[in-house]
Design a protein around this ligand. Structure first.
Ligand SMILES: *Cc1c(COP(=O)(O)O)cnc(C)c1O
Length: 355
């Protein structure tokens, strides 16, 4: 990677805003580090990436992103170890995935050298915003939007690639209650479910609001044609532990190929826990819940690593999951975070030092 050969235009903030931030009381995604990156695609080419103080930007009201939703994003994190070194976790996966998402949305792919050169420069400028200890991190949000003006329904010829960051606290993610989808769907065959396309998330808010009115936190999406197979949680992939085996659906064009998911599958294999990557039927899980064989359900994603599911609803029946000793979810979360914070040897070559 020749990320050092790339020219960047850097405008530093006159005075850091960091002293005004209460790092003990962060709300996820609400605070932003001093700088951000943006890079425009004009006349068929990505221009010089710019790093500037975080702040509002101007767009034409007719910019295509506002009308046709041509937008994709990523989510990744930087971690600081006890010696103040800053690490990224499998960042090439996020880079490849944003281009895979872009391709599906007819957005031009972003060059690898631009991505890593500007991300590293941004992290170096804002390294004090990556706090060490506990589960603190700096959440990184790369995204691309269509910026050509004009309300005609066609692909844009201008885009803006951006990276913003948010300090994130070690937070205790409370267990969630879920419902297996029976009416609404998140994704369909041949659609954009596998892409981190903005519209996939907007479309989930209404059914999720209905679930919340029933006292549930999230929806586990099922296949759109039969609602018989469990797919994912919409911002997290999902694992089921039946007996001592873990089950998770194979990725396809309806399911996002999560970095956390694939890392947990590998860590489970390392520990000789059997992982069955195959269609998981609602019937199988309901029966396992009834017989007491269903030990755990957990979601996996960058934001919270692993979130425990405490119960689920299906066909108007709520099933409580048992409170078991030494859950896999807790074990693999620690295992994963030990690697991310450089507390144990990274035998898979997943982490990448930036500072
Ligand atoms: C981002 C995301 C995930 C989790 O992916 P990670 O790479 O583990 O963060 C799962 N499902 C959907 C729909 C997502 O957008």
């Amino acid at each position: 990677m020749n990320s050092t050969d790339i020219r960047l235009d850097i405008t530093k903030i006159p005075k850091s805003r960091i002293d005004a931030v209460d790092f003990e009381n962060l709300q996820f995604g609400k605070q932003h580090a001093d700088h951000m990156m943006y890079c425009d695609f004009i006349d068929g080419e990505w221009q010089t990436p710019k790093i500037v103080p975080y702040g509002p930007m101007q767009f034409e009201p007719s910019a295509k992103v506002f009308h046709y939703g041509q937008a994709v994003f990523e989510g990744m994190k930087a971690f600081k170890d006890e010696e103040d070194k800053v690490w990224l976790f499998r960042p090439e996966q996020n880079f490849q995935r944003i281009n895979k998402s872009s391709k599906r949305m007819a957005i031009p792919e972003f060059p690898e050298s631009h991505f890593f050169a500007s991300l590293e420069a941004l992290l170096k400028l804002d390294k004090d915003w990556v706090r060490k200890g506990g589960g603190n991190s700096l959440y990184i949000r790369p995204f691309v939007i269509a910026t050509e003006s004009g309300v005609s329904a066609s692909e844009s010829d201008r885009y803006r690639f951006m990276i913003i960051t948010c300090p994130a606290q070690a937070y205790y993610s409370k267990p969630i209650k879920v419902i297996f989808a029976q009416d609404y769907s998140r994704a369909a065959d041949g659609g954009v479910g596998f892409a981190k396309a903005a519209g996939n998330y907007g479309a989930q808010f209404y059914p999720t609001k209905l679930a919340k009115e029933k006292g549930l936190d999230q929806i586990i999406w099922t296949d759109a044609s039969s609602h018989e197979y469990l797919e994912e949680a919409g911002t997290m992939n999902i694992f089921f532990r039946v007996g001592d085996k873990l089950f998770t659906a194979p990725t396809n064009d309806r399911i996002l190929d999560g970095v956390t998911r694939k890392s947990i599958i590998q860590l489970a294999k390392d520990k000789n826990v059997e992982v069955v990557v195959d269609k998981v039927s609602v019937k199988q899980i309901v029966e396992a819940a009834k017989s007491g064989e269903l030990k755990e359900i957990f979601g996996t994603g960058t934001a919270a690593a692993i979130v425990r599911v405490e119960g689920f609803e299906h066909d108007d029946v709520y099933y409580d999951l048992p409170d078991i000793e030494e859950p896999y979810g807790t074990f693999f979360k620690k295992n994963l975070q030990d690697i991310q914070y450089n507390r144990v040897e990274d035998t898979h070559g997943w982490t990448r030092q930036v500072i």
